[in-house]
Design a protein around this ligand. Structure first.
Ligand SMILES: *Cc1c(COP(=O)(O)O)cnc(C)c1O
Ligand code: SF4
Length: 340
């Protein structure tokens, strides 16, 4: 994002890009502004207000710019605009669909799978996705302070079977570089840790997040680095996102993507094929295609398993094997994601 700054006395315009923090603090956070900025008909407002009361709207300008104005069916808009259906209860749709509450040996740490541990590095996100399985997550209880991090780090230090630390959230890159550099320095000092994985949507939502501050700690760690982006539609990948991916790759990061299969957003073969193609243009390999977690308020995004499997079968005929995402579901109690 660019802002024109007039430098007094110099009769000059200087283009100064605003920091990612400023972009995040200026994100749209109310239904009226969102509808107004996109020229949406007033009929969308009551639904947006109702959904917003359950899970706040958050859409930064850099993402908004990729949404086609005045088109209620835009696949990016549908990810961020609440609709009245969010207030409907659906059987089987619950507030903690993954039963993660059962797998937290210490605050801010989830250890469900062998060899890898998930750390909640930031409670915040740069965008609020309406289908998110964390929409009811008790973030305030799960964002550790530095003292509490010691407990999580001690847990990692004590279990030599753990080779990979996965930073998650929220969005871990919503944390400051100062905090992240400190955390990664602590992780590096644990000899049995080999890999640092970061699950984030921030380089997609605000590509300027991949700045010097981030690249300095990420580029210099001894740990092998994997960034798993979260992109659901090819339209999310504009030139700024491609450039952010290039910077990450130059810092030695392996780039993967996970998507969620979403009704009326990416639930057809051409859209999924275009997403894989566009990801590869940006230097990113598809990793997972998740079926929706049954979180309360998101039932209208569901694509039934049979349909999802048929889609993947058809997609096989359109893509090389290395651009095929793995269709998976997260089943509470299982030792891995479950292939469908
Ligand atoms: C998804 C997930 C992981 C990572 O699983 P991979 O199959 O390695 O991508 C790790 N921990 C938790 C709690 C998860 O939900
Ligand atoms: S955790 Fe991920 S999917 Fe959920 S709101 Fe944040 S960015 Fe979106």
């Amino acid at each position: 994002m660019q802002e024109n700054i007039i430098i007094a006395g110099h009769h000059a315009h200087a283009q100064v890009s605003t920091s990612w923090q400023q972009q995040l603090s200026h994100a749209i956070r109310d239904p009226d502004t969102l509808c107004q900025r996109l020229g949406l008909d007033a009929q969308w407002l009551p639904g947006a207000q109702a959904g917003h009361r359950l899970f706040d709207i958050c859409v930064p300008d850099a993402y908004l710019a990729r949404i086609k104005p005045n088109d209620p069916n835009d696949p990016l808009l549908r990810q961020v605009l609440p609709i009245g259906d969010e207030t409907l209860a659906s059987p089987g749709y619950v507030t903690d669909p993954l039963e993660e509450a059962d797998h937290r040996p210490v605050k801010g740490l989830i250890h469900k799978y062998a060899n890898r541990v998930l750390l909640i590095a930031s409670p915040a996100c740069a965008i609020n996705c309406r289908y998110c399985f964390r929409r009811h997550f008790p973030y305030s209880e799960n964002s550790p302070s530095r003292a509490q991090w010691q407990e999580a780090l001690d847990y990692l230090r004590a279990d030599t079977s753990i080779h990979e630390a996965i930073l998650s959230g929220g969005d871990p890159l919503a944390a400051s570089d100062r905090q992240l550099a400190w955390l990664v320095e602590q992780l590096e000092s644990i000899p049995h840790l080999k890999r640092l994985r970061i699950h984030t949507r921030l380089p997609v939502v605000i590509p300027d997040r991949v700045d010097e501050g981030l690249l300095s700690w990420l580029g210099s760690t001894r740990l092998q680095k994997v960034v798993v982006l979260h992109i659901n539609h090819a339209n999310e990948i504009d030139q700024a996102v491609v450039d952010a991916c290039t910077r990450l790759k130059q810092a030695g990061v392996t780039l993967l993507n996970q998507s969620v299969l979403l009704r009326d957003i990416n639930d057809n073969v051409p859209t999924l094929a275009a997403l894989s193609e566009r990801l590869f243009e940006a230097g990113v390999l598809p990793y997972y295609l998740h079926v929706l977690d049954p979180v309360q308020g998101a039932a209208h995004f569901d694509v039934p398993d049979k349909e999802a499997q048929a889609l993947i079968q058809a997609l096989l005929e359109h893509l090389p094997g290395f651009l095929m995402p793995r269709l998976v579901r997260e089943v509470p109690g299982k030792m891995s994601k479950t292939p469908l």
